[in-house]
Design a protein around this ligand. Structure first.
Ligand code: ASP
Length: 284
């Protein structure tokens, strides 16, 4: 599914770029980018996500504004096509930061976000993937966290013309996870973080090790101490591997537009665009 991933991230990046081009905030850009990725069944976010042990889709998402440090997160939601939209509503319209389960869905519905059936989020490919996985789990102990097992969480970081950065991350979590399990993706500082004074970060990968290191914040803080995001992203992934045998990937961006992309998984699809690329017509 390499092509599908590349096309998906390029389409999402184009949507985010369009938002920035019309002068909107980085926050709007990361929201719209992640919505496109959630809507794309290729990825482990929104419809088409990995299924939990009970065969249900259970979603987590976080969005954070580097200018104000406002954040909104949802965890374990089962009836939202675009959890990042609910997270954004929490950021903008609630004095709270994080809602889970039914309370999160109720908040979303009260703020004009339609709920869907859980079955609407489940696709045949994932029913088959779970069936396969569970069939083998009975015979032998599979290594759920082998680097070859895909981690398909989605995320975006952006810098707008006002000099503000933002980040968003959205996921269906890990395959066959126990119901109620939260990963790193929607936890502030773990799978997502943004502060104009440091950096914006989004991670993908095996959530438990990432959480233990509070990796997104760890990386952002190192950018603040004068290191280049390119170097810090690589260091963060090295730290993840050496300290807790974790694997995953990170995108990292500071308010000067310097960025880093790193992963220790076999692959990670990413796309990037800068105003310099725009003027020179570069696509990457
Ligand atoms: N980081 C996600 C989680 O553990 C999973 C993934 O990236 O595939 O919830």
């Amino acid at each position: 599914m390499v092509e599908a991933h590349l096309n998906g991230v390029r389409r999402a990046m184009a949507a985010g770029w369009q938002v920035l081009s019309r002068g909107a905030d980085a926050l709007d850009a990361v929201e719209e980018t992640v919505v496109v990725l959630e809507d794309d069944e290729t990825f482990d976010a929104g419809r088409g996500s990995f299924l939990n042990r009970d065969g249900k889709v259970q979603l987590d998402a976080l969005i954070m504004d580097g200018a104000t440090l406002r954040a909104g997160g949802v965890g374990c939601v089962e009836h939202l096509r675009n959890p990042v939209r609910a997270a954004r509503k929490i950021l903008s319209e609630s004095s709270h930061v994080y809602f889970v389960g039914e309370g999160a869905e109720k908040f979303a519905a009260q703020h004009g976000i339609p709920l869907c059936k859980n079955e609407d989020l489940v696709i045949a490919r994932e029913v088959e993937r779970l069936r396969e996985f569970q069939a083998h789990a009975a015979e032998q102990k599979p290594n759920l966290f082998a680097p070859a097992i895909s981690h398909d969480t989605v995320g975006a970081v952006a810098l707008d013309r006002h000099g503000n950065i933002a980040a968003a991350t959205s996921t269906g979590g890990t395959l066959n996870k126990a119901p109620g399990r939260l990963g790193d993706s929607s936890l502030i500082g773990c799978g997502c973080y943004a502060d104009n004074k440091t950096a914006a970060a989004s991670t993908t990968g095996w959530g438990e090790p990432i959480m233990k290191l509070v990796l997104a914040k760890w990386a952002a803080d190192r950018v603040a101490s004068g290191n280049l995001p390119e170097w810090v992203a690589a260091e963060a992934i090295h730290y993840l591997q050496s300290r807790v045998q974790g694997h995953g990937g990170m995108i990292l961006l500071d308010a000067r537009g310097r960025f880093g992309i790193a992963h220790n998984t076999p692959r990670m699809a990413w796309a990037v665009k800068t105003s310099a690329d725009e003027s020179s017509g570069i696509e990457r």
